[in-house]
Design a protein around this ligand. Structure first.
Ligand SMILES: Nc1nc2c(ncn2[C@@H]2O[C@H](COP(=O)(O)OP(=O)(O)OP(=O)(O)O)[C@@H](O)[C@H]2O)c(=O)[nH]1
Ligand SMILES: [Mg+2]
Length: 253
Protein backbone atom coordinates (compact mmCIF):
# COMPACT_ATOMS: atom_id res chain seq x y z
CA UNK A 1 0.00 0.00 0.00
CA UNK A 2 1.55 3.26 -1.05
CA UNK A 3 1.46 6.28 1.26
CA UNK A 4 0.41 8.49 -1.66
CA UNK A 5 -2.62 6.32 -2.19
CA UNK A 6 -3.58 6.52 1.48
CA UNK A 7 -3.13 10.25 1.69
CA UNK A 8 -5.23 10.79 -1.47
CA UNK A 9 -8.05 8.92 0.25
CA UNK A 10 -7.52 10.73 3.56
CA UNK A 11 -8.05 14.02 1.77
CA UNK A 12 -11.34 12.90 0.36
CA UNK A 13 -12.86 11.30 3.44
CA UNK A 14 -13.96 12.95 6.64
CA UNK A 15 -12.60 10.34 9.05
CA UNK A 16 -10.06 7.73 8.10
CA UNK A 17 -8.28 5.61 10.67
CA UNK A 18 -6.03 2.65 10.18
CA UNK A 19 -5.77 -0.35 12.49
CA UNK A 20 -3.75 -3.54 12.32
CA UNK A 21 -5.36 -6.83 13.20
CA UNK A 22 -4.40 -10.49 13.06
CA UNK A 23 -6.89 -12.90 11.53
CA UNK A 24 -6.21 -16.62 11.07
CA UNK A 25 -2.55 -15.94 11.61
CA UNK A 26 -2.52 -13.26 8.88
CA UNK A 27 -1.70 -9.66 9.57
CA UNK A 28 -4.24 -7.38 7.99
CA UNK A 29 -4.78 -3.66 7.78
CA UNK A 30 -8.21 -2.34 8.60
CA UNK A 31 -9.14 1.03 7.14
CA UNK A 32 -12.13 2.65 8.78
CA UNK A 33 -13.68 5.71 7.31
CA UNK A 34 -16.84 7.65 7.56
CA UNK A 35 -18.60 9.80 5.05
CA UNK A 36 -21.65 11.89 5.74
CA UNK A 37 -23.98 8.89 5.76
CA UNK A 38 -22.37 5.75 7.05
CA UNK A 39 -19.38 4.15 8.65
CA UNK A 40 -17.63 1.63 6.45
CA UNK A 41 -14.74 -0.71 6.92
CA UNK A 42 -12.43 -1.79 4.14
CA UNK A 43 -9.82 -4.35 4.77
CA UNK A 44 -7.60 -4.60 1.77
CA UNK A 45 -5.84 -2.66 -0.87
CA UNK A 46 -8.26 -4.05 -3.51
CA UNK A 47 -11.18 -2.64 -1.52
CA UNK A 48 -9.54 0.75 -1.40
CA UNK A 49 -8.83 0.79 -5.13
CA UNK A 50 -12.55 0.33 -5.64
CA UNK A 51 -13.40 3.02 -3.10
CA UNK A 52 -11.10 5.40 -4.90
CA UNK A 53 -12.64 4.59 -8.26
CA UNK A 54 -16.10 5.29 -6.80
CA UNK A 55 -14.96 8.58 -5.28
CA UNK A 56 -13.42 9.64 -8.57
CA UNK A 57 -16.70 8.86 -10.30
CA UNK A 58 -18.70 10.88 -7.73
CA UNK A 59 -16.22 13.74 -8.03
CA UNK A 60 -16.64 13.82 -11.81
CA UNK A 61 -20.38 13.96 -11.34
CA UNK A 62 -20.35 16.62 -8.64
CA UNK A 63 -17.84 18.82 -10.44
CA UNK A 64 -20.22 19.00 -13.34
CA UNK A 65 -17.95 16.94 -15.55
CA UNK A 66 -20.29 14.03 -16.06
CA UNK A 67 -19.06 11.17 -18.20
CA UNK A 68 -22.56 11.06 -19.63
CA UNK A 69 -24.12 14.44 -20.32
CA UNK A 70 -27.41 13.26 -21.70
CA UNK A 71 -29.22 9.93 -21.83
CA UNK A 72 -32.61 9.45 -23.49
CA UNK A 73 -34.69 6.39 -24.25
CA UNK A 74 -35.32 6.32 -28.00
CA UNK A 75 -37.19 3.09 -28.70
CA UNK A 76 -37.51 -0.64 -28.24
CA UNK A 77 -36.95 -2.77 -31.34
CA UNK A 78 -37.36 -6.44 -32.20
CA UNK A 79 -36.74 -6.32 -35.95
CA UNK A 80 -34.79 -4.15 -38.40
CA UNK A 81 -37.93 -2.15 -39.18
CA UNK A 82 -38.14 -1.06 -35.53
CA UNK A 83 -34.61 0.36 -35.35
CA UNK A 84 -34.04 4.06 -34.57
CA UNK A 85 -34.03 6.26 -37.67
CA UNK A 86 -30.69 7.89 -36.91
CA UNK A 87 -27.72 5.54 -37.31
CA UNK A 88 -25.05 5.93 -34.62
CA UNK A 89 -22.52 3.53 -33.04
CA UNK A 90 -24.07 1.03 -30.64
CA UNK A 91 -22.73 -0.52 -27.45
CA UNK A 92 -24.74 -3.64 -26.59
CA UNK A 93 -25.30 -5.10 -23.10
CA UNK A 94 -25.96 -8.81 -22.95
CA UNK A 95 -25.89 -11.59 -20.36
CA UNK A 96 -28.13 -14.06 -18.60
CA UNK A 97 -31.56 -13.04 -17.47
CA UNK A 98 -31.46 -11.02 -14.21
CA UNK A 99 -27.65 -10.53 -14.26
CA UNK A 100 -28.17 -6.77 -14.08
CA UNK A 101 -27.92 -5.51 -17.70
CA UNK A 102 -30.48 -2.74 -17.18
CA UNK A 103 -28.95 -1.84 -13.80
CA UNK A 104 -25.47 -1.60 -15.35
CA UNK A 105 -26.82 0.87 -17.93
CA UNK A 106 -28.42 2.91 -15.15
CA UNK A 107 -25.25 3.00 -13.07
CA UNK A 108 -23.10 3.88 -16.06
CA UNK A 109 -25.37 6.77 -17.02
CA UNK A 110 -25.95 7.76 -13.38
CA UNK A 111 -29.71 7.65 -14.00
CA UNK A 112 -31.74 5.50 -11.61
CA UNK A 113 -34.67 4.81 -13.87
CA UNK A 114 -33.39 5.11 -17.43
CA UNK A 115 -33.40 1.39 -18.17
CA UNK A 116 -36.18 -0.45 -16.34
CA UNK A 117 -34.78 -3.10 -14.02
CA UNK A 118 -36.62 -5.67 -11.94
CA UNK A 119 -36.00 -8.62 -9.66
CA UNK A 120 -38.34 -10.60 -11.95
CA UNK A 121 -36.19 -12.38 -14.58
CA UNK A 122 -37.11 -11.87 -18.23
CA UNK A 123 -38.06 -8.25 -17.66
CA UNK A 124 -36.45 -6.68 -20.74
CA UNK A 125 -38.09 -8.14 -23.84
CA UNK A 126 -36.85 -5.88 -26.66
CA UNK A 127 -33.60 -4.28 -27.77
CA UNK A 128 -33.96 -0.93 -26.01
CA UNK A 129 -31.97 1.96 -27.49
CA UNK A 130 -30.70 4.77 -25.23
CA UNK A 131 -29.12 7.76 -26.92
CA UNK A 132 -26.06 8.99 -25.01
CA UNK A 133 -24.53 12.47 -25.37
CA UNK A 134 -26.33 12.70 -28.76
CA UNK A 135 -23.42 10.60 -29.95
CA UNK A 136 -23.97 6.85 -29.53
CA UNK A 137 -26.51 4.30 -28.30
CA UNK A 138 -26.38 1.97 -25.33
CA UNK A 139 -28.52 -1.03 -26.20
CA UNK A 140 -30.18 -2.98 -23.38
CA UNK A 141 -31.01 -6.50 -24.56
CA UNK A 142 -33.21 -9.25 -23.13
CA UNK A 143 -31.33 -11.90 -21.14
CA UNK A 144 -30.76 -15.53 -22.07
CA UNK A 145 -31.06 -18.59 -19.83
CA UNK A 146 -34.38 -17.62 -18.27
CA UNK A 147 -34.94 -21.04 -16.73
CA UNK A 148 -38.45 -20.40 -15.44
CA UNK A 149 -39.73 -18.87 -18.69
CA UNK A 150 -42.03 -20.84 -20.97
CA UNK A 151 -40.61 -22.48 -24.08
CA UNK A 152 -42.34 -19.89 -26.29
CA UNK A 153 -40.99 -17.02 -24.20
CA UNK A 154 -37.42 -18.37 -24.29
CA UNK A 155 -37.69 -18.98 -28.01
CA UNK A 156 -38.89 -15.43 -28.61
CA UNK A 157 -36.00 -13.99 -26.57
CA UNK A 158 -33.42 -16.21 -28.30
CA UNK A 159 -34.72 -14.97 -31.67
CA UNK A 160 -34.43 -11.32 -30.64
CA UNK A 161 -30.86 -11.86 -29.40
CA UNK A 162 -29.89 -13.70 -32.58
CA UNK A 163 -31.49 -11.01 -34.75
CA UNK A 164 -29.64 -8.24 -32.92
CA UNK A 165 -26.22 -9.87 -33.21
CA UNK A 166 -26.55 -11.07 -36.80
CA UNK A 167 -28.44 -8.24 -38.52
CA UNK A 168 -26.37 -6.07 -40.87
CA UNK A 169 -28.42 -3.09 -39.70
CA UNK A 170 -27.41 -3.25 -36.02
CA UNK A 171 -23.69 -4.10 -35.95
CA UNK A 172 -22.64 -3.06 -32.40
CA UNK A 173 -19.25 -1.39 -32.14
CA UNK A 174 -18.66 -3.14 -28.80
CA UNK A 175 -20.48 -5.74 -26.73
CA UNK A 176 -20.48 -5.76 -22.94
CA UNK A 177 -20.97 -9.36 -21.79
CA UNK A 178 -22.13 -9.36 -18.18
CA UNK A 179 -21.36 -12.30 -15.91
CA UNK A 180 -22.74 -12.72 -12.40
CA UNK A 181 -19.70 -12.40 -10.09
CA UNK A 182 -21.30 -14.60 -7.44
CA UNK A 183 -22.79 -17.29 -9.73
CA UNK A 184 -19.76 -17.40 -12.03
CA UNK A 185 -19.77 -18.19 -15.75
CA UNK A 186 -22.67 -20.40 -16.85
CA UNK A 187 -22.71 -22.81 -19.81
CA UNK A 188 -24.87 -20.27 -21.66
CA UNK A 189 -22.33 -17.48 -20.95
CA UNK A 190 -19.50 -19.54 -22.42
CA UNK A 191 -21.59 -20.61 -25.38
CA UNK A 192 -22.63 -17.02 -26.02
CA UNK A 193 -19.06 -15.76 -25.80
CA UNK A 194 -17.99 -18.19 -28.54
CA UNK A 195 -20.96 -17.05 -30.63
CA UNK A 196 -19.77 -13.43 -30.21
CA UNK A 197 -16.23 -14.46 -31.13
CA UNK A 198 -17.51 -16.20 -34.28
CA UNK A 199 -19.41 -13.01 -35.11
CA UNK A 200 -16.11 -11.13 -34.61
CA UNK A 201 -17.60 -8.81 -32.03
CA UNK A 202 -15.32 -6.70 -29.87
CA UNK A 203 -16.37 -7.98 -26.43
CA UNK A 204 -15.75 -6.58 -22.93
CA UNK A 205 -16.45 -8.87 -19.98
CA UNK A 206 -17.65 -7.50 -16.68
CA UNK A 207 -18.40 -9.33 -13.42
CA UNK A 208 -21.49 -7.57 -12.03
CA UNK A 209 -22.85 -7.92 -8.47
CA UNK A 210 -19.26 -7.85 -7.27
CA UNK A 211 -20.65 -6.43 -4.00
CA UNK A 212 -22.10 -9.87 -3.25
CA UNK A 213 -18.65 -11.45 -2.96
CA UNK A 214 -17.02 -11.79 0.42
CA UNK A 215 -13.45 -10.57 0.55
CA UNK A 216 -12.07 -14.11 0.68
CA UNK A 217 -14.10 -15.12 -2.40
CA UNK A 218 -12.86 -12.36 -4.72
CA UNK A 219 -9.67 -13.91 -6.04
CA UNK A 220 -11.21 -17.31 -6.78
CA UNK A 221 -14.37 -15.89 -8.33
CA UNK A 222 -12.58 -13.47 -10.66
CA UNK A 223 -9.88 -15.98 -11.71
CA UNK A 224 -12.61 -18.50 -12.41
CA UNK A 225 -14.32 -16.07 -14.80
CA UNK A 226 -11.02 -15.08 -16.45
CA UNK A 227 -10.09 -18.73 -16.97
CA UNK A 228 -13.48 -19.53 -18.49
CA UNK A 229 -12.85 -16.82 -21.10
CA UNK A 230 -9.30 -17.86 -21.94
CA UNK A 231 -7.60 -15.34 -19.67
CA UNK A 232 -9.54 -12.33 -20.99
CA UNK A 233 -9.53 -9.39 -18.60
CA UNK A 234 -12.64 -9.09 -16.45
CA UNK A 235 -13.84 -5.75 -15.05
CA UNK A 236 -15.08 -6.01 -11.47
CA UNK A 237 -18.40 -4.21 -11.41
CA UNK A 238 -21.26 -3.46 -9.10
CA UNK A 239 -24.24 -1.51 -10.42
CA UNK A 240 -25.53 -1.36 -6.85
CA UNK A 241 -22.33 -0.08 -5.21
CA UNK A 242 -21.15 1.84 -8.28
CA UNK A 243 -17.88 -0.03 -8.62
CA UNK A 244 -15.98 -0.16 -11.93
CA UNK A 245 -17.91 2.60 -13.70
CA UNK A 246 -14.89 4.58 -14.90
CA UNK A 247 -13.11 1.47 -16.11
CA UNK A 248 -16.13 0.33 -18.09
CA UNK A 249 -16.67 3.80 -19.51
CA UNK A 250 -13.04 3.95 -20.65
CA UNK A 251 -13.38 0.54 -22.32
CA UNK A 252 -16.49 1.38 -24.30
CA UNK A 253 -15.30 4.78 -25.53
N1 LIG B 1 -26.45 -6.96 -5.27
C1 LIG B 1 -26.58 -6.48 -6.50
N2 LIG B 1 -27.77 -6.59 -7.15
C2 LIG B 1 -27.85 -6.12 -8.41
C3 LIG B 1 -26.75 -5.50 -9.06
N3 LIG B 1 -27.14 -5.17 -10.31
C4 LIG B 1 -28.44 -5.54 -10.42
N4 LIG B 1 -28.88 -6.10 -9.29
C5 LIG B 1 -30.24 -6.62 -9.01
O1 LIG B 1 -30.49 -7.72 -9.91
C6 LIG B 1 -31.87 -7.73 -10.31
C7 LIG B 1 -31.95 -7.75 -11.83
O2 LIG B 1 -31.48 -6.52 -12.33
P1 LIG B 1 -31.83 -6.05 -13.83
O3 LIG B 1 -30.97 -4.87 -14.10
O4 LIG B 1 -33.30 -5.91 -14.03
O5 LIG B 1 -31.30 -7.32 -14.65
P2 LIG B 1 -31.43 -7.61 -16.21
O6 LIG B 1 -30.23 -8.40 -16.59
O7 LIG B 1 -31.67 -6.35 -16.96
O8 LIG B 1 -32.71 -8.55 -16.22
P3 LIG B 1 -33.65 -8.98 -17.47
O9 LIG B 1 -34.00 -7.74 -18.24
O10 LIG B 1 -34.84 -9.59 -16.80
O11 LIG B 1 -32.86 -9.97 -18.26
C8 LIG B 1 -32.51 -6.49 -9.67
O12 LIG B 1 -33.18 -6.91 -8.49
C9 LIG B 1 -31.33 -5.59 -9.35
O13 LIG B 1 -31.56 -4.73 -8.26
C10 LIG B 1 -25.50 -5.38 -8.33
O14 LIG B 1 -24.47 -4.86 -8.80
N5 LIG B 1 -25.49 -5.89 -7.07
MG1 LIG C 1 -33.24 -5.84 -18.19
Amino acid sequence: MSCGFESRLRHKLSIFTKKHEVFLGLERVLYIFENSKNLRKYKTHTDLVEVESRLRHNKNMSENKPLIKSATFIKGAVYDTGLPEIELPQIAFIGRSNVGKSSVINSLTNRNKLARSSSTPGFTAEANFYLINEDFYLVDLPGYGFARGSHTQRDKIANIIEWYFTSKNTNPKKVVLIIDAKVGPTVDDIHFYSFLTQQQKDTIIIANKFDKLKQNEVFKAISNIENAFKGKKVIKYSAREKIGIEELFESIK
